[in-house]
Structures are given as structure tokens and as C-alpha cells.
Design a protein around this ligand. Structure first.
Ligand code: NHR
Ligand code: GAR
Length: 216
């Protein structure tokens, strides 16, 4: 049984998608804990209601990123996880923290990387006038939103979209590709080869949103 710790900051819908997929599909894995940097994160309720241990490490109680990250690592390491999953986790992590979990920490980022790293990605995409947007699952490296890409999903940008409408369309595909990517890791099918990720045996590491019936 592989052990997974999930880090959240808010709603936790990606965490929920991973928890549900793990239970539904009988992964050889267990979600040991959900840890939030915000005490009011809505996702903590879902985790607790599903019998998952929850913890809060409130970043506001620390005066430096290093001390917050050290406290966070201490909580994570209690569970001896094989994999750390960032699911809407909103704090940039220090190099030392990232080094500790090299090759065993994944993130889902709401853009088609390397386009639009950082925050407000949906507004960035609208401002740039791109016609295709999406989400990327990547291994976390010290360089923000630049780690090796495991899977990507594309959605259309349509007339009348605002950041909220686009975010909702992207979120749906995040809920599809993130559980799949986590499962590939659990099954030992991912290997990092330089900047690239190999999946063995191979299968599509992309998804194009099925927009039929969505009125777009
Ligand atoms: N840390 C490292 N080192 N590397 C990555 O690739 C990381 C990371 C930490 C988080 C998620 C990322 C995203 O998917 C992620 C990837 C937060 C910020 C940010 O600027 C940027 C990117 C991501 C997460 N956060 C502000 C900060 O000062 C706080 C914003 C807030 O609290 O609302 O840390 O987009
Ligand atoms: C998701 O869209 C995720 O990709 C994004 O925030 C949302 C979190 O939703 N992550 C980031 O922007 C990280 N900076 P969730 O809490 O419901 O999973």
C-alpha cells in the first residue's frame, strides 16, 4: 500500500477527486492525511468526513518561509508518504522543502505550461488572447511551475468567457487528469528523464475536453 499526503489551501475539489478515485478504483494506496496552510479551508471538512486525518500548519504563524516549510515537512514526514500531492496549495515552497520530496511531489497547475506560470492564470490567458487553455500536472521542482510535465488537458476559450467561466471549464478537466496522473505514480509507471516524463506502458498523457453538450 502506497501512502499519499495531500496539501490544500481552500476548496479542495482536486483533493476530493483524488480521494474518490482512490476509493472507487481500489488503488493500492491510502490517503493518510490532508494538510492545509489555512485553518478555514473548506476541503478539510470533506477529508474529515471521509475518515482522513487532517492537519493545519498556518503560514501566518511563521515569520519566514523556511520555518513554515520546516514545520510543514515535519507534519508530512510523520506519515512517511511515498507521494505528496499539491491540490490547490497556494504557498510557494522553498528549495530545501522541494529537495526533500524530489521525484515524489506532484502539482496541478491551471494552465498549459510553460504558458502562464504563477497566479491568475485564467485572466493571463484571456489577456493573451489564446484560444486554447487548460491544465498541467507536473512534478514539483524549485523553479515555480516548471517541473517535468506528467499530463495536460486542453479546453477551448470561447466568446464571453471571463476568468470564472474559464476556471470552471479548466477545473473539470483537472478532476480528470489529476487522479489519473496520481494513479500512474502509485503504479510506478512514471520516470523522469531530464525535463521529460516517461509513462510505461504508454497511454495518452493528454486530454481534449469533450465540449459536446456544454453549449460552447
Ligand atoms: N513551489 C515550488 N518550489 N515549485 C512549484 O512548482 C510550486 C511550488 C508551490 C506551489 C503551485 C502553484 C500553482 O499551481 C505550487 C508550485 C502559489 C503561488 C504563489 O505565488 C504560485 C504558484 C503556485 C502556488 N503564492 C503566493 C506566495 O506568496 C501566495 C498566494 C496566496 O496565498 O493566495 O506564496 O499555481
Ligand atoms: C485549481 O484550479 C488548481 O489548479 C488551482 O487552484 C484551484 C484549486 O481548486 N491551483 C492554483 O492556482 C495553485 N496556485 P481546488 O482547491 O478545488 O482543488
Amino acid at each position: 500500500m502506497k501512502k499519499i499526503v495531500i496539501l490544500i489551501s481552500g476548496r479542495g475539489s482536486n483533493m476530493e477527486a483524488v480521494v474518490r478515485a482512490c476509493a472507487r478504483d481500489g488503488w493500492p494506496a491510502r490517503i493518510c492525511a490532508v494538510i492545509s496552510n489555512r485553518p478555514d479551508a473548506a476541503g478539510l471538512g470533506f477529508a474529515a468526513a471521509n475518515g482522513i486525518e487532517t492537519k493545519v500548519v498556518d503560514h501566518r504563524e511563521f515569520d519566514a518561509r523556511e520555518s513554515f516549510d520546516a514545520a510543514l515537512a515535519q507534519e508530512i514526514d510523520c506519515f512517511e508518504p511515498d507521494l505528496v500531492v499539491l491540490a490547490g496549495f497556494m504557498r510557494v515552497l522553498t528549495d530545501a522543502f522541494v529537495a526533500r520530496y524530489t521525484g515524489r511531489m506532484l502539482n496541478v497547475h491551471p494552465s498549459l505550461l510553460p504558458s502562464f506560470p504563477g497566479l491568475r492564470t485564467h485572466q493571463q490567458a484571456l489577456d493573451a488572447g489564446v484560444r486554447v487553455h487548460g491544465a498541467s500536472v507536473h512534478f514539483v521542482t524549485p523553479a515555480l511551475d516548471h517541473g517535468p510535465i506528467v499530463a495536460q488537458a486542453a479546453v477551448p476559450v470561447v466568446a464571453g468567457d471571463d476568468a470564472a467561466a474559464l476556471a470552471a471549464r479548466v477545473l473539470k478537466v483537472e478532476h480528470d487528469i489529476y487522479p489519473r496522473a496520481v494513479r500512474w505514480f502509485i503504479e510506478g509507471r512514471l520516470s523522469i528523464e531530464g525535463e521529460r516524463v516517461a509513462l510505461t506502458p504508454s497511454e495518452p498523457q493528454w486530454l481534449f475536453a469533450d465540449i459536446a453538450g456544454e453549449g460552447v
